[in-house]
Design a binder for this molecule. Structure first.
Ligand SMILES: Cc1cc2nc3c(=O)[nH]c(=O)nc-3n(C[C@H](O)[C@H](O)[C@H](O)COP(=O)(O)OP(=O)(O)OC[C@H]3O[C@@H](n4cnc5c(N)ncnc54)[C@H](O)[C@@H]3O)c2cc1C
Length: 457
């Protein structure tokens, strides 16, 4: 049964903000489809620009932008989505896989819905090179794709840091910071830990993917190890001087909820890990050398935009122009690269001042889709974009906390700034949940289902 239903751009952006924020604050469940039916096909507005947009990367940012380009751009806007993987595994809630509370399979999302319902063309391939002057991509199957505008959402790549090789991360000391085989390996290693064992994890200097994610992981691993008996320890080695998100929540979680289990050390440096012996060495914040024998080591390495290393496709195309070549700097009104016209970069790969998070990637995708449609129609991007960020953090097997923030464009600095309820950016802060609770944990499921539905369904 096909139910045609046209929707305007403003309605959808308003929906995204209202429903996701609403779910956070009240727990109200909303869906972007009629009762979750997968049979709805949307009738696209017949007018609009006639152009070819190619989207690279079918994760949180890329799949969302492909969907909304078709919804807002109309039938004449042809959209092709390129990703090497047949389906996507959510990083969000993948820390729960480590404790056995979820399976990786339960975090799998197909992209067929954006093809069937919105007419996005799917290409299963990896981008190998980009000729921005010719507006042409080359894929790993040797074929090429031409575009009028290009949206890149390839996510992140990892440095081989702390004396470890890519093989060490894959086989012995998994970072598990991209959900997949390393997540499963880390789960198995944790499950095999002796009672009273020691888990050592590290956090890279910001910016990195998901600011609260490592602290959430420390809590969940501590919760699981405690349940097996006394004496277990979770050592958190943070290269940052302070906790990077939800400071009140995690300070309380480390000292009270998981007090005596989690040992949080900020401002460390010189981390070195022996993958064979699991010996970990570092220098503490006071400059003293430290050493520890771990049962399981989980180093989260420094990150950069995927393809941005020397000689790789993003770097060769001149797009890795932010933070010493690690990220793609963009204009936050359109997410167009500041270095390469006609190419937009969204999600974790972009340097745009917003946190690297899936909920934010969904928001950036909508601002970018709106801007691309306007630019292809000879108009200017919206001059006052607003984005919100919401994030739930499980603290134990049945409790969670949350963090929410609103960002708005600041014309003086041409950047996105935190905004308060009254619209002022002066002294505005993100809001943390007042408590860690089981109610928050239940709301987390609603938030997650809504976000993933808005991105993939
Ligand atoms: C443990 C953990 C917990 C998290 N929890 C939360 C949370 O609670 N809330 C939240 O908002 N965020 C969370 N995040 C962060 C969130 O997952 C990321 O910010 C988000 O996935 C970024 O979206 P993206 O589209 O930029 O990248 P991704 O989702 O990683 O997608 C990138 C896509 O690009 C594809 N790709 C890469 N290279 C190429 C190429 N050359 N050609 C074609 N395709 C390519 C990849 O296959 C992939 O599908 C968490 C992350 C982790 C690791």
């Amino acid at each position: 049964m096909n139910t045609p239903r046209p929707l305007g751009r403003r309605q959808w952006l308003a929906f995204g903000l209202a429903s996701l924020g609403g779910a956070l604050l009240s727990g109200a469940a909303r869906s972007d489809s009629d009762g979750g039916s997968r049979n709805v096909v949307y009738r696209l507005v017949p007018s609009g620009p006639s152009a070819q947009v190619v989207v690279v990367g079918g994760g949180m940012a890329g799949t969302t932008v492909a969907k909304y380009l078709r919804l807002w751009g109309g039938a004449g806007l042809r959209v092709t989505l390129v990703d090497p993987d047949a389906s996507y595994t959510s990083n969000i809630l993948s820390n729960e896989v480590l404790t056995g509370a979820r399976t990786l399979t339960s975090l799998g999302y197909g992209r067929q819905a954006v093809a069937d319902r919105y007419g996005v063309v799917l290409r299963q391939a990896r981008v190998q090179s980009l000729d921005a002057a010719a507006r042409r991509l080359t894929l790993d199957d040797g074929s090429t794709l031409d575009y009028d505008r290009l949206v890149l959402a390839p996510g992140i790549a990892f440095d081989e840091a702390y004396g470890l090789s890519a093989t060490d991360y894959a086989q012995r000391t998994p970072h598990a910071w991209r959900a997949g085989p390393q997540t499963e390996l880390l789960r198995q290693q944790i499950a095999a830990m002796p009672a009273g064992g020691t888990f050592v994890m590290s956090i890279p200097a910001a910016p990195y993917r998901c600011p609260p994610g490592p602290y959430e992981r420390a809590c969940l691993v501590a919760d699981a190890l405690k349940a097996r008996g006394p004496g277990a320890r979770v050592i958190v080695l943070d290269h940052n001087p302070v906790i990077q998100a939800e400071v009140e929540t995690f300070t309380r979680a480390f000292s009270v909820v998981h007090g005596g289990v989690i040992d949080y050390q900020a401002g460390i440096s010189g981390l070195q890990i022996d993958a064979a012996t699991r010996q970990v060495q570092w220098t503490d914040a006071l400059g003293a050398p430290q050493r520890m024998q771990a049962d399981v080591v989980n180093p989260i390495p420094p990150q950069r935009a995927a393809g941005s290393a020397a000689g790789e496709w993003l770097a060769l195309a001149g797009l890795a122009n932010g933070n010493a070549g690690r990220w793609a700097a963009v204009d936050v009104l359109s997410y167009e690269s500041t270095a390469v016209p006609g190419v937009h970069v969204i999600g974790d790969a972009a340097q745009c001042g917003l946190p690297k998070a899936g909920h934010v990637a969904n928001q950036e995708a909508k601002i970018c889709a709106d801007a691309v449609v306007r630019l292809l129609s000879g108009q200017q991007p919206d001059a006052a974009p607003v984005a919100n960020s919401a994030c739930y953090s499980p603290i134990t097997a049945g409790t969670a906390s949350w963090l929410t923030a609103v960002y708005q464009f600041d014309p003086a600095t041409r950047s996105m700034k935190l905004a308060a309820n009254n619209g002022s950016t002066v002294g505005a802060k993100a809001t943390e949940a007042a408590s860690i609770s089981s109610g928050n944990y239940r709301q987390m499921q609603t938030w997650f289902t809504t976000l993933m539905g808005d991105s993939f369904a």
